[in-house]
Design a protein around this ligand. Structure first.
Ligand code: S3P
Length: 416
């Protein structure tokens, strides 16, 4: 296979969720272009609409008119989306609402204790199915400020608390062990809230006034770009340029890892967009070395580990990712899913002491991909299968719609 061309990708999923949520409670009309077109965003939009949000998503440019959100009359179905569940919980608490959250089979297995503990400390009344969904949160009594050290590296947990703290009585302080994506902080400040950072402490003040509306074009999702990066570095005589990719440092750890693996990458046209850095990135065919990735970098590559594991399968030597526990709590147990699929394609990969080991070489057997209904597992192993065998078989193709429904058309458009 050979890939060549220029790609424009849908907007970053994390920023898209935040843009829709925050503009729903802002003062006046917000305009959002290049919103991520995956099913997760549809979950956020329908959940907010059930709380009275005015979102016109009938056109490419989405218009959100800020309102005072109201108690939903129905359960809020978050579908497959952990980001919707955890961020909406914080947002609706700040609005003093009473609501029930549900999700699909995958989401109903994902841990919610990580948000239940801090939200209870802030005064919310919460009942759940043993710390899993369905979960009822009653924030009618309002939220109190919190001083909280987050025990896991999670931007969803951090954002949940940040959002709930907007409705608190006094400023709150949040500490994280390892820095995670900071889009909530960036967007809140951009909309007139006060979120500051002093050493390891994030200090968020309650909102005195409604947030200002936004007018944004969301940059291309680096987590989607990572699949095309892999496609171009792994295939002969290939080069892809991806335009206007989000370059926030908390998100592009995969570029650092690929560079350490000797990948041929260049970044041009650097710009700033509503407080977020962007640029055009070119990826070219590369001869790959193995790499050891320390646990501190894991949050900055958390969603890219499936595709980086695929790249590692073609490298010279054994690649190690340290401190990968959080992979177990994603849309599926991704640690298991990565090892299972690599092994099925004839690559030796295993877990030892919370680290993922991948012995590079070349995939030997064409295998049917077991997606575990997880979009990123499906896309990562499609890239592997196409690269080595020119074809693929998936046990579930439609799960890709969660973040990148156009995945196959985009590949067709650049491959020869
Ligand atoms: C996200 C945070 C990460 C990431 C997820 C999106 C976000 O989850 O895996 O896809 O938008 O805040 P965790 O915070 O659970 O690590």
């Amino acid at each position: 296979m050979k890939v060549n061309g220029v790609l424009n990708l849908p907007g970053d999923k994390s920023i898209s969720h935040r843009a829709i949520m925050l503009s729903s409670i802002a003062k006046g009309k917000s305009y959002i272009r290049n919103l991520n077109d995956g099913a997760d965003l549809q979950s956020t939009i329908s959940v907010l609409k059930a709380c009275g949000a005015k979102i016109d998503n009938s056109n490419k440019s989405i218009i959100v008119e800020g309102v005072s959100l109201i108690d939903p009359k129905v359960n809020l179905d978050c579908g497959n989306s952990g980001t919707t569940t955890r961020l909406i919980s914080g947002l609706l608490c700040s609005q003093k609402l009473d609501f029930v959250l549900t999700g699909d089979n995958s989401l109903s297995l994902r841990p919610m204790k990580r948000i239940i503990i801090p939200l209870k400390k802030m005064g919310c009344d919460i009942s759940s199915n043993n710390n899993l969904l369905p979960m009822r949160i009653n924030a009618k009594g309002g939220t109190q400020s919190i001083n909280y050290k987050i025990p896991v590296a999670s931007a969803q947990v951090k954002s949940c608390i940040l959002l709930a703290a907007l409705g608190a009585d006094k400023p709150s302080i949040i500490r994280e062990n390892i820095v995670t994506r900071n889009h909530t902080e960036v967007m809140l400040n951009n909309m007139g809230a006060s979120v500051s950072q002093k050493d390891n402490n994030i200090i968020v003040k309650p909102l005195k006034n409604k947030l200002n509306p936004i007018d944004v074009t969301i940059p291309s999702d680096p987590s989607s770009a990572a699949f095309f990066a892999a496609l171009s570095v792994l295939n002969n005589n290939s080069e892809l340029k991806i335009n206007n990719v989000l370059l926030n440092k908390t998100r592009i750890g995969f570029i650092d890892v690929l560079k350490k693996m000797n990948c041929n990458i260049s970044i041009n046209n650097n710009q700033s967009n509503n407080g977020e850095e962007t640029g055009d990135i070119s990826f070219r065919t590369s001869k790959l070395n193995s790499v050891e990735v320390g646990s501190k970098l894991i949050p900055a590559i958390i969603d890219e580990i499936p595709i980086l594991a695929v790249v590692a399968a073609y490298s010279n030597g054994t690649t190690v990712f340290r401190g990968v526990e959080e992979l177990k709590y994603k849309e599926c147990d991704r640690l298991h899913a990565i090892i299972h699929n690599l092994n099925a394609f004839g690559i030796n990969a295993y877990e030892k002491e919370n680290s993922l080991f991948i012995e590079g070489g070349k995939p030997k057997n064409l295998s049917k991909i077991t997606t575990f209904h997880d979009h990123r597992i499906a896309m990562a192993f499609t890239i592997l299968s196409l690269t080595s065998f020119g074809k693929y078989r998936l046990d579930n193709k439609s799960c890709i719609d969660i973040s990148l429904p156009n995945f196959f058309n985009l590949i067709d458009g650049v491959s020869k």
